[in-house]
Write a new protein. Structure first.
Length: 491
């Protein structure tokens, strides 16, 4: 059932891009003479394929990046704030209080009161003296939103705000945004979340480096874009058919004399006009094809044994007894509320340091960490993939990367310069080349375009080794063939 939302009418322009051009270096163009207007009270989804530059567009709005040409115009005296995708490691040693203080240009003396007021809105219960590194993934996610909201912005930018949030957290944020009176632009791959409060879409077209605006129900806009792509493809196919036919006639008549040669020249002009009429069909709707993750050979028996797990209970580490065995084909879903220690548990298991958890000695562990910190951000994507192989196979590296929509440009780029979505796809390419005997996956759909998720779910489902996974996306988890569940909130 479509969700009808009242669209603000005739609001003043609060944000405008005028003939804006931005690129990284000479070759990677993000925007070229782009123009759009956002009006007061509008709530928009920012769409585009992984690597299109969605986060870059946000950084242009906040002033973190400067355009090469053109202007970003913000309404007079309007406050812009952003909730980014993640808290960088360089901030992990500061306190929660200091992180919130960084939202302001000047010292705020009632920061504790402001923090507590916002924490009530998003149901975040953490000590302001805690260091960022002590927080769970979910708590970090809520803190990013708190840092944006504590400024009481007129324009709120949200970059993948539902990543790491549990079901309750997503519901709270959804309800808050429905009632929020300011202007919102959000990047997210959670379609149900988007459809609950947005009025339309701001679409980054990587073919012409322009932005396109659509108004209406999110699902309807996605279908409109899909139909437009299909229409462009049909139109191009018909033109191509006519071009081939006319080229054949040109070749035939060109060798004749008199009027026939003139006809050939006329047909040649028509061919050139038809070539010019063909449109560049956008690539945003590309999805990864089905793929597989091969399992380490000659493994068997009980590969992982859980006798106990360490978790957090009201901020204190406690040990709970469990009895879980994982063999080939078993898939364990670890659940629990934000702050219970799911990410910490997975990290310790991956490093073979989790008390009460035993892994067969020769098992090759494939670990997908939600912040991608297992990757070397200073290496190129190609270098990271190539070093997995005992013997370099250039063709295999490039073929595996291309399957995950990582072409030559992405492979040459430093991993730190890739979008979060591209880093996620790179991790799956990494796992494919690694051939693990155990998969440990921490929120593997965060940052990933929702169109890619069915192929990823199918790959995990068909993986022959054991899987340990944390994911808050229930629709995704239902596709995996889970055999056991460990709820840390109920043991």
């Amino acid at each position: 059932m479509a969700i009808e939302k009242q669209i603000p009418q005739g609001g003043e322009a609060v944000l405008r891009f005028e003939d804006l051009t931005f690129k990284y270096g000479e070759n990677r163009i993000i925007l070229k003479e782009a123009n759009f207007v956002v009006r007061k009270g509008i709530k928009l989804t920012l769409m585009g394929q992984n690597g299109a530059g969605k986060s870059t567009l946000f950084s242009l709005i906040t002033g973190e990046q400067k355009p090469e040409e053109g202007r970003v115009i913000i309404g007079q005296n309007l406050k812009v704030s952003i909730a980014k995708q993640f808290i960088p490691h360089t901030k992990w040693e500061i306190t929660v209080r200091d992180f919130l203080q960084e939202a302001f240009d000047e010292k705020v003396y009632d920061i504790d009161k402001k923090a507590k007021d916002i924490f009530k809105v998003i149901n975040l219960n953490i000590d302001l003296d805690k260091k960022i590194r002590e927080l769970s993934g979910g708590q970090k996610g809520r803190l990013l939103i708190a840092q944006a909201l504590v400024q009481k912005p007129d324009i709120l930018l949200l970059d993948e705000p539902t990543n790491n949030l549990d079901k309750e957290g997503v519901k709270l944020l959804m309800e808050f945004l429905k009632d929020y009176e300011g202007t919102v632009i959000v990047i997210s791959h959670d379609s149900a979340f988007l459809n609950s409060f947005t009025h339309g879409v701001l679409y980054m077209n990587t073919q012409n480096y322009q932005t396109e605006q659509y108004t209406g129900n999110y699902y309807k806009v996605v279908e409109d874009i899909k139909r437009r792509v299909e229409k462009e493809q049909r139109s191009n196919a018909q033109l191509e058919k006519e071009i081939i036919g006319n080229k054949e006639k040109v070749n035939f008549f060109a060798h004749k004399g008199g009027k026939m040669r003139k006809l050939a020249a006329k047909l040649k002009d028509e061919v050139e006009e038809m070539e010019d009429s063909k449109v560049d069909v956008r690539k945003e709707d590309r999805t990864i094809k089905n793929f597989s993750i091969s399992c380490q050979e000659e493994i068997g028996g009980v590969i992982v044994k859980f006798d106990a797990v360490e978790m957090l209970d009201n901020g204190k580490v406690v040990t709970k007894k469990v009895d879980i065995e994982l063999r080939k084909g078993d898939k364990l879903h670890i659940t629990g509320p934000n702050g219970v220690g799911k990410t910490t548990l997975l990290e310790r298991i991956a490093k073979r340091k989790a008390k009460g958890v035993t892994i067969q000695e020769d098992i090759n562990i494939g670990y997908y960490r939600q912040d991608f910190s297992t990757l070397d951000f200073d290496k190129s994507a190609y270098q990271e993939l190539a070093q997995i192989l005992k013997k370099l196979d250039d063709q295999l590296v490039r073929k595996t990367a291309a399957h995950m929509l990582l072409g030559s440009e992405a492979l040459k780029s430093k991993i730190g310069l890739l979008s979060e979505g591209q880093k996620g796809l790179l991790m799956f390419a990494y796992l494919r080349l690694q051939v693990p005997g155990l998969l440990i996956l921490d929120e593997p759909t965060n940052h990933i375009n929702f169109r890619h998720i069915p192929a990823i779910a199918e790959a995990i489902k068909n993986y022959e080794g054991p899987v340990i996974i944390v994911s808050h996306v229930n629709d995704f988890v239902r596709q995996l063939g889970i055999t056991q569940t460990l709820d840390l909130g109920k043991i």
